[in-house]
Design a protein around this ligand. Sequence first.
Ligand code: S3P
Length: 433
Amino acid sequence: MNMRFEPPARGLSGELRAPPDKSISHRAALLGAMASEPVRIERYLHAADTDSTLAAVAALGSLVELRGEDEVVVRGTGLREARQPAQPIDVGNAGTLMRLLPGWLAAQEGSEFTLDGDESIRRRPVDRIAEPLRLMGAELSAHEDRFPPLHVRGAHLRAISYDLPVASAQIKSCVLLAALAADGATTVSEPSRSRDHTERMLLRAGVGIHRNGRRVTVVNADELLLDAVRVPGDPSSAAFLVAAGVLVPSSRLLIADVGVNWTRTGFLRIVRRMQGIVLGDLEEETGELSPREPVSDLDVAHGVLEGTVVEPDEVPLAIDELPLVALLGCFAEGETVVRGAQELRVKESDRIASVVEGLRGLGAEIEATDDGFVVSGRGGLRGGTIDALGDHRLAMLGAVAGLASREGVEVIGMEAANVSYPAFVDDLAALCS
Ligand code: S3P
């Protein structure tokens, strides 16, 4: 589906609630499936990715009850009792499901599982999770030893101490989930901090888990007991609204109920550094692990931006929002540089190449580097056509670029937004009316 986005006559204005968090929805469904008692999830995200997770846990023996618009109850099978399904598990487009679920499945002694997904998933590496799970004792095989479909044969797992080769919350979470049923205590060290929703939820589920700087240790558990989970608004989805508010002249909007866990608010800090106006109480970096997922309302207004440099340590805290940093850079004074973001190359598209080519097609001066990009700000963007390439964040980037551009933008494949934010187009329209 192609869609055109034109600069609105007036700026964006109004108040809305950010859609529920995708990362936390995935984790709530998975931990629900692993728990001993039913888990009630309030504000579960109903989007293609997270619906794939509900279908996956149902295929593995959980009962999934949908209540009303966005409440879900998962009656799980317990930590060691996943049912072996007759068919491969279809993760669709969901990289998080593809990387987290094998952690649990690896601990199902004597059972075998196959995980597969769409075209895009089949281009995304899974060797990064196969390696630690093999060290723990599970057997895994993959296409060319690197890509889905992924086969997992569960085993009695042993605890490991593992240094993550990249700062990835997905790999970290996979190992932490496997560790729950392993013998002993497992430690994972990250090269730099990444989102910690899994750790916070495990702490709430009564698991012995603690953090020491970049190291997190989890002790094996007999069972998980999780009370109700309330999913906060997704800061990564809200980021598209924030960018629109900052870029489109005369805008002023209020985004309610946004998750502000500090491991997710890198983008908001970058926007503030670029002199963008985003008011709200962001969580400060925490030493100790917290079981809470803090939320805040964000008050956003249009403003003049300055270029900035995003260094490697900041990258995992803003990983999904870096395409928006490139867009903001087009409107800023001076240069905007992102370094140390080679992980962008293995997202739903190669997001260094797709963002650079996509924005260039709209008139941007932007160069790709091996591990990021350099944008020369020109105070605006002409507009044109952008192909979403099946990548939800590229589709939403194109839409925001259209509102902020001089001539409007046609997005090819706007339906890709359904993966994480099905109401995105309606929400933008409401803010523009
Ligand atoms: C996610 C972690 C990130 C992010 C993805 C969701 C998660 O991936 O890009 O959209 O929910 O853990 P990596 O951990 O591979 O960086």
